[in-house]
Ligand binder design. Structure first.
Ligand SMILES: C[S@@+](CC[C@H](N)C(=O)[O-])C[C@H]1O[C@@H](n2cnc3c(N)ncnc32)[C@H](O)[C@@H]1O
Length: 237
């Protein structure tokens, strides 16, 4: 069977930047797939994920977290061999601005990886993920956090097209092989429901939406939505 991470197995990695890394979730994908790497730096404005990041990579001294705003990165031009952003473009008011910053710090010939889930063409069980994501985003916005709804596939393609990458490849990754009603999936989602229903205090409509979605998870089930992974190289090598 072909592993999903095979789509990056040709990339040497080198010095890698993971933008808006959170707790470093995408770095696990990189470690499984990349041909190699010398150093991986994950940056995020929020230190929330830093502890889990440090714990996950404690045995790998060349993987580290830095608190930094992706819109005003302190790294010199052309200082990375690979730059990545996963499931975070929708956390920016101006996603093109963050992509431009990433292109600035990437060396000519280096690899650019953009991963982002999308909302069209999903199964009913995957739509549970999309609806949940829209609810999480709406609750976050009540607290003033930038969190937009899930893109349509063509919107992500248009954003990436603006980068003018060479050898651009688009991959649609999804995995609906698990039982969408597996008790483990439901158990995993429960803490997020509890947290977000609490966070939506003062917004009865959003709290009611959370209860509806919890019901949906139990009746229809849940699968992760399909992600688009765009991979290309920066011209000018
Ligand atoms: C969905 S999470 C990260 C997901 C992670 N990349 C993964 O694939 O597991 C989105 C992240 O974007 C971060 N973020 C939002 N605005 C940012 C900015 N201006 N600079 C850096 N990180 C930012 C948030 O703090 C949050 O951790």
């Amino acid at each position: 069977m072909v592993a999903q991470t095979d789509i990056i197995k040709h990339i040497p990695g080198g010095r890698v930047l993971d933008v808006a890394t959170g707790n470093g979730g995408f770095i696990h994908f990189l470690l499984e797939g990349l041909k190699g790497y010398t150093e991986i730096i994950g940056i995020d404005t929020h230190p929330r994920g830093a502890e889990a990041f440090a714990e996950a990579f404690k045995d790998r001294p060349n993987i580290r977290f830095e608190k930094m705003d992706a819109l005003s990165m302190e790294f010199p031009d052309a200082s990375f061999d690979t730059v990545c952003i996963s499931n975070s473009l929708h956390h920016f008011d101006d996603p093109q601005a963050v992509l431009r910053q990433m292109a600035r710090v990437l060396r000519p010939g280096g690899h650019f990886i953009v991963a982002e889930m999308y909302r069209d063409g999903q199964t009913e069980t995957q739509m549970t993920h999309v609806h949940l994501h829209h609810w999480w985003a709406a609750v976050d916005r009540t607290a003033g956090v930038v969190h937009n709804e899930t893109y349509r596939r063509e919107e992500i393609v248009a954003l990436v097209a603006g980068l003018g990458l060479q050898a651009l490849a688009l991959h649609d990754l999804s995995d609906t092989s698990e039982n969408p009603l597996a008790p483990e999936i439901l158990a995993e989602l429960n803490p997020a429901f509890d947290r977000y229903i609490q966070r939506a205090e003062g917004h009865p409509d959003l709290q009611a939406r959370g209860a509806e979605l919890r019901q949906r998870v139990h009746e229809i089930g849940f699968h992760g939505a399909t992600s688009l992974i765009a991979i290309g190289t920066k011209p000018g090598d």
